[in-house]
Design a protein. Structure first.
Ligand SMILES: [Zn+2]
Length: 187
């Protein structure tokens, strides 16, 4: 190999890694992508599905909630319980679509906002805007930020600050508190 061929080879390798570096950067979501996900969440909603607004409040007595929800759902949504890690089929849900509140059908997250956190609970790095209210809870010794549905008040999970960039947030959601609406029945 003469020096020229060697240099060309070196350049090709460098260009190759620069390109794969760029491709990697393009794959990671940027702040503007988060804005777009929040703004355009309806593009992941199945055709013909009518969804309520966060302002259209649902207030029911506990007896009514017990009729609507199964035992685990009632415990999580109305009593701030936590399902056992790894039990939700939604951990493995990878289809395009929307995750709505199991209590009141309010859309909360899209499939684009979900990521694999490895915790055993469905995890999201952002939400559809305006769908949650938060409060500090002291169920454990340290304060955690609990979040609940803005429409029905149902408890969904806790927010942690160890999520992926650019939000750095992890919405750790109980799977039983969610219902998944696939964008397409075929997907
Ligand atoms: Zn709700």
């Amino acid at each position: 190999m003469n020096r020229r061929t060697w240099l060309q080879g070196l350049f090709a390798t460098a260009a190759g890694s620069a390109l794969s570096g760029l491709a990697g950067a393009a794959a990671a979501p940027q702040a503007k992508d988060i804005d777009a996900m929040q703004k355009n969440w309806r593009t992941l909603l199945a055709a013909g599905v009518n969804t309520p607004a966060p302002t259209d409040k649902v207030k029911l007595a506990n007896d009514e909630w017990r009729k609507r929800l199964d035992k685990t759902q009632f415990n999580v949504l109305r009593e701030e319980g936590t399902e056992r890690a790894g039990t939700s089929p939604l951990n493995a849900e990878k289809r395009a679509g929307v995750f709505a509140c199991a209590g009141c059908d309010l859309p909360l997250f899209t499939s684009e906002m979900k990521y694999e956190s490895g915790t055993g609970w469905p995890s999201f790095f952002t939400t559809i805007p305006g769908v949650f209210a938060t409060k500090k809870d002291f169920h454990l010794l340290y304060p955690r930020t609990e979040y609940h549905c803005a429409r029905c008040g149902g408890h969904h999970g806790h927010i942690f600050d160890d999520g992926p960039k650019p939000t750095g947030l992890r919405y750790c959601n109980n799977g039983v508190a969610l219902k998944f609406i696939p964008k397409s029945a075929k997907a």
